[in-house]
Design a binder for this molecule. Structure first.
Ligand code: NAI
Ligand code: SF4
Length: 436
C-alpha cells in the first residue's frame, strides 16, 4: 500500500523527542517544508564556523556511533580530516540489517532531508567531496524519498559545486543499494560492494579513516549518528552533552518489538531504564510475565527480568556484560521458546557468514549443530554446552569481523543468564521450530 507523504510512526517520550521531532510533522518530500521546520540552519552554521570547529563541537558533545559499536564520532572525524591522502570519502551506513532494527528506516522515510543535510555537514568537516549512502535493498520507500531529497538539494545549490555559494566546498551524494546480504552492512564489506567486488570484510587495521573506500581515507557513519550532528551545531556541543549520562550523551532511538503492547521506535535520553522504556511501550502484551529481553539484536545479548532496572547507557550495559548495539529491544514473554529462538539465531549467522574465514565459516555451523542436539535432548548436554563455549570463544577471538566475533553472544547470554537449557525453559527437549 502506497503511504501518504506525511506518515506518522509509533513513538513516545514526546517530551524528549529530538531526533524524531519532525517525523510525522514535516512533509518528507518537500525541501521547503524541511526548511520551514528548521532544516539547513545547521549547514549554514557549519559553514560559518569552519570544519575544525565543527569537529571540535562534535567531540565536545561526546557523540558516539549509533550503528552498534559506539566509537567516538569526533575521533573518527578528526582522524579522517587530518589524512594527507586525497580524496576523502564519506559513507553513510544505511544497510540496517540487524534483526529487530528499524530506526534508520523510520528516519530515512520520515525525515530524508535531515540525512542529506547531516551528510553534507560531515563531508564539509572531514574534507570529503563525495558521499555514498549505502542502503539495504529492502527499503524502497526510503530510497525513493532520499533520491527526491538529493535531487531537490542539488537544484537549490545545497549539493554539488560551491554549496551555498562557498567556492571551495563541493559535495555530492550517490545512493548505492545493497542486495540482501547482512554482511554488506560491515563497513569494509560496504567498500568492496561499492567498488564492485564480493561483499566480504577486509582486515582492520588499517582502519577506514586511513585506508577505506578505493584505498582512500573514509569516514563511515550510521544514519542515526549523523542526524545528531545538526542538533549539536544548532545548540552547541556542550549543551548537547547535558542530556543523557556523563559518558553516554544525547538521546537514543530504540526499536521495541516482540511481546510489547505498542511496538515501534522510541526516543529517550541515555540512562533511561529498561523498565521505563517498556512502560512507554505499554508493557508486556496481555499482562504476561516478562521472560527475557534481547538487547542489541542477534549480535547483542539477553537480559532477564532481574535486570529490568538496568539503565540504558553505554557504561551501565558494559558493566552488565551486554550492549545496546543498534538499539534493538526485543521482548519475550513467559511463553517464549528460548531454545528454538537460539536455533533461529544460530541459523541466521550460519546463513549470513560470508565464509571468508575458518572460525566463523565452520564455527557457525558447529554452533547450530550443537544447539540442535541440545534442543532435541539427544546426546550428552554437558558435552554440547562445553563445545558451544569452546567454539564461541574461538569465533570471538579469531574471526575477521564483527559477525563471527558476536555470533555466540546471544547464545552465551541465554545459557548463562536465562538458563535456556534447564527444565524451566519452555520448549527444552521438545520439537524445535527449525528447518533440518
Ligand atoms: P568496530 O569496533 O570494529 O568499529 C567501530 C567503528 O570505529 C568503525 O567505524 C571503525 O572503523 C572505527 N574504529 C575502531 N577503532 C578505530 C581506530 N583505532 N581508529 C579509527 N577508527 C576506529 O565495530 P564494527 O565491526 O564496525 O561494528 C560492530 C557493531 O555493529 C556491533 O556492535 C553490532 O552491534 C553492530 N551491527 C549493527 C548492525 C545494524 O544493522 N545497525 C548490523 C550488524 C552489526
Ligand atoms: Fe566472513 Fe564471518 Fe569471517 Fe566476517 S567473521 S569475514 S562474516 S567468515
Amino acid at each position: 500500500q502506497e503511504p501518504s507523504a506525511r506518515d506518522s510512526v509509533p513513538q513516545a517520550g514526546e517530551a524528549s523527542l529530538r531526533l524524531l521531532r519532525r517525523i510525522g510533522a514535516v512533509d518528507p518530500e518537500s525541501l521547503d517544508d524541511y526548511r520551514a521546520h528548521g532544516g539547513y540552519l545547521a549547514l549554514r552554521r557549519a559553514l560559518e564556523i569552519g570544519p575544525a570547529e565543527v569537529v571540535r563541537q562534535v567531540s565536545e558533545a561526546k557523540l558516539t556511533g549509533r550503528g552498534g559499536a559506539a566509537f567516538p564520532t569526533g575521533r573518527k572525524w578528526e582522524a579522517t580530516a587530518g589524512q594527507p591522502a586525497q580524496p576523502h570519502y564519506l559513507v553513510c551506513n544505511a544497510d540496517e540489517s540487524e534483526p529487530g532494527t528499524f530506526k534508520d528506516r523510520v528516519v530515512m522515510e520520515g525525515d530524508p532531508f535531515a540525512v542529506i543535510e547531516a551528510m553534507t555537514i560531515a563531508g564539509f568537516a572531514t574534507g570529503c567531496s563525495r558521499g555514498y549512502l549505502y542502503i539495504r535493498g529492502e527499503y524502497p520507500r526510503a530510497v525513493r524519498r532520499l533520491r527526491n531529497a538529493i535531487e531537490q538539494a542539488r537544484e537549490r545549490g545545497l549539493l554539488g559545486r560551491s554549496i551555498l555559494g562557498r567556492e571551495e566546498f563541493d559535495f555530492d551524494v550517490e545512493i548505492r543499494r545493497g542486495a540482501g546480504a547482512y554482511i554488506c552492512g560491515e563497513e569494509t564489506a560496504i567498500f568492496n560492494s561499492i567498488e564492485g567486488y564480493r561483499g566480504e570484510p577486509r582486515s582492520k587495521p588499517p582502519f577506514p579513516v586511513e585506508q577505506g573506500l578505493f584505498g582512500k581515507p573514509t569516514v563511515v557513519n550510521n544514519v542515526e549518528t549523523l542526524i545528531n550532528v545538526p542538533l549539536i551545531l544548532t545548540g552547541g556541543g556542550a549543551e548537547y552533552a547535558r542530556t543523557g549520562t556523563a559518558d553516554s550523551t544525547g538521546t537514543r532511538l530504540f526499536c521495541l518489538s516482540g511481546n510489547v503492547r505498542r511496538p515501534g521506535v522510541y526516543e529517550v535520553p541515555f540512562g533511561t531504564t529498561l523498565r521505563q522504556l517498556l512502560d512507554l511501550a505499554g508493557g508486556v502484551e496481555q499482562d504476561r510475565q516478562l521472560r527475557a529481553v534481547l538487547l542489541g539484536g542477534a549480535a547483542g545479548g539477553f537480559v532477564g527480568p532481574d535486570q529490568i532496572d538496568l539503565p540504558l547507557s553505554l557504561e551501565a550495559v558494559r558493566e552488565a556484560g551486554t550492549t545496546l548495539g543498534s538499539g534493538v529491544v526485543l521482548v519475550f514473554d513467559d511463553t517464549a521458546d528460548l531454545p528454538a529462538l537460539l536455533l533461529r539465531i544460530a541459523a541466521f549467522f550460519r546463513d549470513e557468514s560470508c565464509g571468508q574465514c575458518v572460525p566463523c565459516r565452520v564455527g557457525t555451523v558447529r554452533q547450530e549443530e550443537a544447539l540442535q542436539r541440545l534442543v532435541r535432548n539427544r546426546g550428552d548436554g554437558a558435552d554440547d554446552l562445553a563445545l558451544l563455549r569452546e567454539v564461541g570463544r574461538a569465533m570471538r577471538d579469531s574471526s575477521i569481523c564483527g559477525l563471527g566475533q558476536t555470533a555466540w553472544n546471544a547464545v552465551e547470554s541465554a545459557v548463562d543468564r536465562l538458563g535456556a537449557f534447564t527444565a524451566r525453559s519452555p520448549g527444552t527437549g521438545g520439537p524445535a521450530h527449525v528447518d533440518d
